[in-house]
Design a protein around this ligand. Structure first.
Ligand SMILES: Nc1ncnc2c1ncn2[C@@H]1O[C@H](COP(=O)(O)OP(=O)(O)OP(=O)(O)O)[C@@H](O)[C@H]1O
Length: 707
């Protein structure tokens, strides 16, 4: 069931010191619908008119906006749906006032938590758990506001297998009362980045996202329904001339404006039905992805500052809101079984969130710098089940009675890691590695793309040659190669490319999903998988060390070590690179040893190619011979096709034993079969059991002594 993002426009009153005029006015009908009018810059008699389903003028109250637009969303949350409310507007337009409010005029947040608990009280047949998390996006980095800033690492954003985006390691705190929330929230709010500008004494310098999660547990049917409400107080778009920002404020401002501009681009792309929506271009849009064209119900509160001074900003905000109201989401109900889930793939495993008493939320102990903190990864919610919308248009879910009929006042929904040594925490490592992997994947795909273009060109030339050969053949009677003869090869190359891309994607997704390489997760892996993962990391590490990206290489080697902890050679690498980084010395990777099999393969391959193609067979990222370069002349193709079965399997076929050949044809790749021809980075595993070299021992000794 599609649900458009709902828009509520709110104009704040003039504040002390502002010149009053009627450049922006709100015309509200008794039912709350209406329009915002902005005077034309050149002709004061004309106005731009922006109609919205909810409009609030100078004198609107917090009650009005909450009761009409937000309260109905509580019902939706209790039906297992994610709801996102975001306040958008220029700096000082009243976003924080609307979302948070003050003691005398409480805003949306205190009202939402009050109503969540009201509703909880009315539910007797199910167990209900309410929890909260709070983060800010400051200069395009995500921080947990529930954690002391000195120890709060930058949090990575991940994507689960089902496409749901989440912030890894964000803490989640169970709540038992509104009072408990107030104490947690007031401590956390003090950590939010704010600062004074000419326009706002306490201007938000970050985007703040407060999330209440409601788990409704049906013990009889062993099901949990999880709804959420994200309350987003965006930082205001800024005009640096008006704000009078200094250098540090300018840097913040640039980050704020950039992320808001990406937000605008996302909205624009969604409206255009573009094939690529630039969610990944900023952390903010990545986090809000679900609310923008995803599976959440969305409400955008467009805050407006009055007066001529803000006219251009007001027009910009109204245009943004007008575009946003065209976005359609497809809300889904999130239900999962309470039964212990089957052992998931290691990448998906995460420890359950610790149940912290309120007193533990703000630690009494003074935080230690750089100590990181234990992972508090919330249990991932199972993928949203797309349940068919019932005929009456309400969302409901199997096993659960919908909650519209439950609590009083229920309304129908709207129509619409710990430190790892060497000064790096697990989160740092993960972040670096995902960046490096992304870069590596992009580089390899670009390479493949280039290669494909070359192949295409070669194919074209070959076809031309073939066509002229056909003409000649009919002239002189010799055999011509049929024009379709290249097709199987090209198909094979395409398949290999697809396979390579698939593996790269898998690798990337593994990091995206937050492959936390904790020992307990590695434990559940098979020895072959461990070796496979270890190899993949070593390969990446080696390629980075060759490119002199020592820190990245070190990170990868350390990841590899988690999978093959007893590998002496690997330990040596780590010590050597660490030494080189710390002492600014050069690190020269040992040249790779050529394996016998490789030489044989190479020779045989050349032989098979009739020595036209001197290149060695291509290796994929996992060491498999892909031979994707082998676009050959029709004549050579003819020769090879007869002698080596190249059309089906590439050059590697002729080097394989029948058993291996069979495995390969069945699609069992090297990674699974652990075969001998996959030795691209096997060197790094050689010499098992051999002690470290004297040089390394000396270095390790020196390091241990703090030299
Ligand atoms: N509806 C309102 N009624 C009364 N005062 C308001 C209203 N909206 C905003 N204000 C006041 O206007 C000032 C700016 O509001 P606020 O801090 O909420 O703006 P903001 O959009 O969050 O700004 P920034 O983006 O810089 O954080 C505050 O002093 C606030 O109390």
């Amino acid at each position: 069931m599609a649900s458009k993002i709902r828009i509520a426009a709110r104009l704040r009153p003039f504040i002390i010191g502002e010149v009053e005029d009627d450049a922006v006015t709100v015309h509200q009908k008794p039912d709350g619908t209406g329009c915002v009018m902005v005077v034309h810059p050149k002709d004061k008699a004309q106005h731009f008119k922006y109609p919205f389903s909810s409009c609030y003028g100078f004198d609107s109250t917090q009650d009005q906006i909450y009761d009409k637009d937000v309260k109905p969303l509580i019902d939706i949350v209790y039906n297992g749906v994610v709801v996102t409310v975001f306040a958008y507007g220029v700096t000082s337009s009243g976003k924080t006032h609307t979302v948070q409010g003050s003691r005398s005029e409480p805003g949306i947040i205190p009202r939402v938590i009050r109503d969540l608990f009201e509703r909880k009280k009315a539910i007797t047949q199910y167990e209900v758990n309410v929890s909260v998390s709070y983060m800010e996006v400051y200069k395009d980095d995500v921080y947990d506001l529930m954690v002391d800033r000195d120890t709060a690492p930058k949090l990575p954003i991940r994507e689960r297998g089902d496409g749901q985006v989440f912030v890894a390691n964000l803490s989640s705190h169970p709540l038992s009362s509104v009072k408990e929330f107030e104490s947690v929230y007031s401590a956390a709010s003090k950590r939010r980045s704010t600062g004074a500008t000419n326009l706002n004494r306490s201007s938000s310098r970050s985007h703040a996202i407060l999330t209440f999660t409601v788990d409704v547990i049906n013990r009889a049917d062993n099901q949990i329904m999880t709804g959420k409400i994200n309350l987003v107080d965006l930082a205001g778009s800024e005009n640096n001339k008006l704000t009078g920002n200094d250098a540090s404020r300018m840097a913040e401002s640039a980050a704020i404006n950039r992320s808001l501009s990406v937000l605008g681009q996302v909205v624009h792309a969604l409206n255009q039905g573009a094939s690529r929506i630039p969610y990944r271009d900023s952390k903010l849009t990545r986090i809000l992805q679900d609310a923008l064209g995803g599976s959440a119900v969305g409400l955008l509160i467009c805050n407006l500052a009055p007066g001529l001074k803000f006219r251009q900003d007001t027009l910009n905000s109204l245009n943004f809101a007008t575009r946003t109201k065209e976005i359609e989401n497809r809300p889904t109900v999130n239900v999962r079984d309470t039964q212990p889930m089957q052992k998931a793939h290691f990448a998906a495993l995460a420890p359950p969130p610790p149940v912290l008493p309120a007193a533990n939320i703000v630690p009494d102990v003074p935080p230690q710098r750089n100590s990181g903190r234990p992972s508090l990864v919330p249990v991932p919610v199972a993928g949203p089940s797309r349940l068919p919308a019932p005929k009456n248009g309400r969302l409901s879910s199997a096993g659960f009675q919908t909650f519209s009929s439950l609590g009083a006042g229920a309304q129908a929904g709207p129509s619409s890691g710990a430190g790892l040594g060497l000064g790096l925490t697990q989160a740092d490592l993960d972040e670096r590695i995902s960046k490096a992997v992304e870069a590596e994947v992009a580089r390899r795909l670009a390479e493949k793309e280039k290669e494909r273009a070359e192949q295409e060109e070669a194919r074209r030339q070959a076809e031309e040659a073939n066509a002229s050969a056909s003409v000649n053949a009919s002239a002189d009677g010799s055999a011509a190669i049929h024009s379709g003869v290249l097709d199987p090869i090209l198909k094979r190359h395409q398949d290999l490319d697809d396979e390579l891309n698939r593996r790269l994607r898998e690798l990337e997704e593994k990091y995206e999903r937050g492959a936390k390489d904790k020992d307990d997760k590695i434990e559940v892996m098979s020895p072959v998988s461990k070796k496979k993962l270890g190899r993949a990391y070593v390969a990446l590490a080696r390629s980075h060390s060759e490119k002199k990206n020592l820190q990245v290489a070190l990170d990868f080697y350390k990841k590899a070590e988690l999978y093959v902890p007893d590998n002496i050679k690997l330990k040596e690498r780590i010590i050597e690179i660490d030494w080189a980084i710390k002492h600014g010395t050069q690190y020269v990777p040992e040249p790779k040893k050529k394996k016998k099999g490789k030489e044989k393969l190479s020779k045989a391959s050349h032989k098979a190619k009739g020595d036209e193609d001197e290149d060695e067979p291509m290796k994929g990222p996992f060491g498999e011979a892909t031979n994707t370069k082998a676009i050959i002349t029709p004549q050579a193709q003819h020769k090879r096709g007869r002698s080596t079965n190249v059309l089906e399997g590439g050059d590697v076929e002729m080097m394989q034993t029948p058993a291996k050949r069979q495995r390969r044809r069945k699609g069992v790749g090297r990674a699974d079969s652990d075969s001998d021809d996959d030795d691209d980075y096997e060197d790094d595993y050689e010499d098992q059991g051999k002690g470290p070299t004297r040089r390394t021992r000396a270095r390790a000794q020196a390091q241990a002594e703090g030299a």
